[in-house]
Design a protein around this ligand. Structure first.
Ligand code: NCD
Ligand code: ZN
Ligand code: ZN
Length: 350
């Protein structure tokens, strides 16, 4: 008798959601939105536009632009977020909560990542707003990296846990927190073991790749994102967390479109574009871990439970079928190079 587990040729799960997505705005939004709307029923939409989405009024207007850009016949619900600044007032949190369309507030430590210049320089500036969020049950989404230039780039997430996350959670033990796009064994372990309301999103690329992939045969800018890919031991810890069934871990693609020229540059932007084929990449990662049976919890059930939203009604099917990704996709009047451009992958969403 063989103990080899046969991979199923297809898998059908509840329609998934993307709990961390960059849709941008204008013509770029129109280019990328159909990809996400095909893959996901809903998405937590990141507010790091230029200028950032710092008010409920701006979030309402942005949501309307997203819905206006949605092709006829597609069914997709954008879940809006506010960009926290040093000056965000508790009143703004109340307005956000009352709007019914803002589902979270996002922390960008100033200078940590793309369009974070208006971000928070010190969380102590935000304690009134955080108190209000805790009181109202408004989730706080955290880009968890310190920005000190004297901290090694690869250590910034682990240092953030000690310097920012622990004090934050000590001072606001009932605040609902999502540690966004975790990349280290330190973050995975911290989230799995912490007491109180905390969860984490994990991208497909952090489940599939490690930092060697950024430098395979030369520098590969399309594998550069923040937080940057880490060592293999960290990737393995993320796979263990995602496939554990622990409801604290759920799907967030962090698909982040940048024009080809902005990535293939002397100072290239951070962000991987996976909106076209995200579920296929997650299926690949879960299959390799022998855990396809855990994909539905991670992609479709754990996120709604954390955000206190209903689970989607529809289903999607992923087939074991090879297909080749395009070399490039239109992005406004330029193009975006998707992750895995020109490569053949093993799963296909029907
Ligand atoms: N992840 C990235 O590398 N980039 C994101 C910003 C972010 O999520 O930190 C972007 O907006 O391009
Ligand atoms: Zn981020
Ligand atoms: Zn992001």
């Amino acid at each position: 008798m063989s103990d080899l587990v046969q991979t199923p040729s297809s898998i059908t799960i509840t329609r998934p959601d993307d709990w961390h997505l960059h849709l941008r705005d204008g013509a770029t939004l129109a280019s990328v939105l159909p990809h996400s709307a095909r893959q996901f029923a809903r998405a937590i939409v990141m507010p790091n536009l230029k200028p950032p989405v710092t008010t409920t009024a701006a979030a309402v207007a942005y949501r309307e632009r997203i819905l206006a850009a949605l092709p006829q016949g597609m069914d997709f619900e954008p879940l809006m977020t506010l960009y926290l600044t040093n000056n965000t007032q508790p009143d703004e949190i109340v307005r956000a909560q009352e709007s019914g369309i803002v589902h979270a507030v996002k922390l960008y430590p100033a200078g940590a990542t793309t369009n974070s210049d208006a971000g928070v320089t010190d969380l102590s500036n935000c304690y009134k707003a955080l108190e209000k969020m805790q009181e109202l049950g408004m989730p706080f989404l955290v880009h968890g990296e310190v920005t000190d230039q004297d901290i090694d780039l690869f250590d910034r997430e682990a240092v953030f846990i000690e310097r920012v996350m622990r004090p934050l959670r000590r001072d606001f033990p009932a605040l609902n927190i999502v540690f966004e796009h975790i990349t280290t064994k330190h973050a995975a372990q911290y989230v799995a073991e912490a007491e109180g309301p905390i969860a984490a999103t994990i991208t497909a690329h952090h489940l599939l790749y490690n930092r060697n992939d950024i430098f395979k045969g030369g520098i590969r800018p399309h594998y550069y994102c923040l937080p940057v890919l880490k060592r293999e031991e960290h990737r393995l810890a993320l796979v263990t967390a995602a496939t554990s069934g622990d409801e604290r871990f759920f799907l967030g693609t962090d698909s982040a479109p940048h024009a080809q020229g902005a990535k293939e540059a002397a100072c290239g932007c951070a962000g991987c574009y996976t909106a076209l084929h995200a579920m296929e990449l997650y299926a690949e990662a879960f299959e390799r871990a022998g855990a396809l049976d855990k994909l539905e919890a991670f992609a479709s059930l754990n996120g709604p439970a954390f955000y206190n939203l209903p689970v989607n009604e529809g289903k999607i099917t992923l087939k074991r079928e090879q297909w080749t990704l395009p070399e490039a996709l239109p992005l406004a009047d330029q193009q975006v190079i998707p992750l895995n451009a020109g490569e053949t992958i093993n799963w296909k969403m029907v």
